[in-house]
Design a protein around this ligand. Structure first.
Ligand SMILES: [Zn+2]
Length: 400
């Protein structure tokens, strides 16, 4: 791409990007990238240089997820994809600019993802030190550097890459060291308040002061797991830390654990939070006893909500995205985009006055407001604090 004048010019986006302190509108405004700008690359010991000090240095992101290539079979493949953040945001996620580096063949989830990722890691280490390339803009040879700065995907995919236990563990979170509790032998659950659960420690977590994981601590814990003298000790430590071992991506100096592994909005919100809320409202969330609970919307009322949702399709221009089907009877046809459209534009209208107690509608609308703030193309520090505070209050209210 650097040898092609059109692409090389497009890739100048990063060098020309102006970071405005206190404003977030691109990955280059994030604290991780901003810290790298002031950090010397360890590979350049004899001839020190900073990350991204050459205008042509490239920032990369990695993503992976399992997908079923066959509709009626359960086998999955795991493509490993790189994104080139030097390309302007309006182009960078288009198919022709996504770099497909590998696919882990199925039929099952890769047992040892690191073994499949190793050839890529070797190339990324070379790119950190620099590889000879031709620059079509200045018509000269130069040392091209590319740095992997983040990776994203759903929680199981991230657990695989980070070699962590994932959402069902006792330490289920990759960002903080919050401990899960088990109640009536149900799967682990991670409430902030656990004062009513016998023996749970601590009694309560303060959402504004969670035990955040740091790079050094996380990797120290990972090596403690690896260094265990017996397999029983290893398993005990893995459980305690929620870490299975040292991930191969820790060889890449531009990656920081866990801040290079942000939560992916699509999976977190549209594929998990909203479907889970709907399952609560329709009394189908897991095998909990939902009988006579205030948050449950009666079956015939929910069917009316579904019919009203489907009817919206006739009057919403297609430019707003895929029309949402009857959410009561055809929810299996819904994808993330439909959940987003429903939540942001349709639900506020069709859910009004449908709950037994208005507090549930109000609580949902508080979520909608927060999601709208998250989806803005530009977020100021003031709004970021509002989002942070808003989600804390929303979760505390949810628990109440
Ligand atoms: Zn956490």
């Amino acid at each position: 791409m650097s040898a092609n004048a059109t692409h090389a010019t497009k890739m100048r986006y990063r060098a020309e990007y102006v970071h405005e302190p206190g404003v977030i509108k691109d990955v280059f405004d994030g604290s991780h990238y901003q810290t790298l700008l002031k950090t010397v690359v360890p590979a350049g010991e004899s001839n020190p240089f900073f990350y991204f000090s050459d205008e042509r240095d490239i920032a990369l992101g990695l993503s992976t997820d399992g997908f079923g290539p066959f509709k009626k079979r359960k086998q999955t493949c795991w493509p490993i994809i790189l994104f080139n953040y030097n390309i302007p945001p309006e182009f960078r996620f288009r198919k022709k600019y996504c770099i497909h580096v590998a696919t882990v063949p199925g039929p099952k989830k890769p047992w040892d993802w690191d073994s499949f990722c190793w050839p890529l890691v070797q190339e990324l280490i070379q790119l950190e030190m620099g590889v000879k390339a031709f620059d079509a803009v200045s018509l000269s040879l130069f040392l091209l550097h590319a740095y992997l700065i983040l990776a994203f995907g759903d929680i199981p995919a991230m657990a695989l890459i980070m070699r962590m236990k994932g959402q069902n563990g006792i330490s289920p979170c990759r960002i903080c060291d919050i401990k899960a509790i088990s109640f009536n032998s149900r799967p682990h659950y991670v409430p902030l308040r656990r004062d009513k659960v016998p023996g749970a420690q601590p009694r309560r977590y303060d959402p504004s002061d969670l035990p955040i994981r740091t790079h050094d601590k996380l990797l120290k814990q990972a090596s403690k797991v690896e260094m265990a003298s017996t397999s029983a000790k290893r398993e005990e430590r893995a459980k305690k830390y929620g870490i299975k071992g040292v991930p191969v991506l820790s060889c890449i100096s531009s990656i920081s654990f866990p801040s290079s592994f942000p939560f992916d909005f699509m999976h977190l919100i549209w594929e998990n939070l909203i479907p889970n809320l709907i399952e609560f409202w329709t009394a189908t969330f897991k095998d909990l006893d939902h009988a006579d609970k205030d948050y449950v919307i009666e079956k015939h009322v929910w069917e009316e909500v579904g019919a009203a949702t489907a009817a919206c399709g006739a009057t919403i221009p297609s430019a707003f995205g895929a029309p949402v089907p009857d959410i009561a009877t055809k929810r299996h046809l819904m994808n993330a985009e439909m959940y987003a459209n429903w939540t942001l534009f349709i639900a506020p209208i069709v859910l009004r006055g449908r709950f037994k107690k208005p507090q549930y509608y109000k609580h949902f609308m508080q979520l909608v407001e927060l999601l709208k703030l998250c989806l803005a193309f530009e977020i100021s520090e003031v709004i970021l604090n509002q989002i942070d505070e808003g989600f804390r209050l929303w979760v505390e209210k949810y628990e109440r």
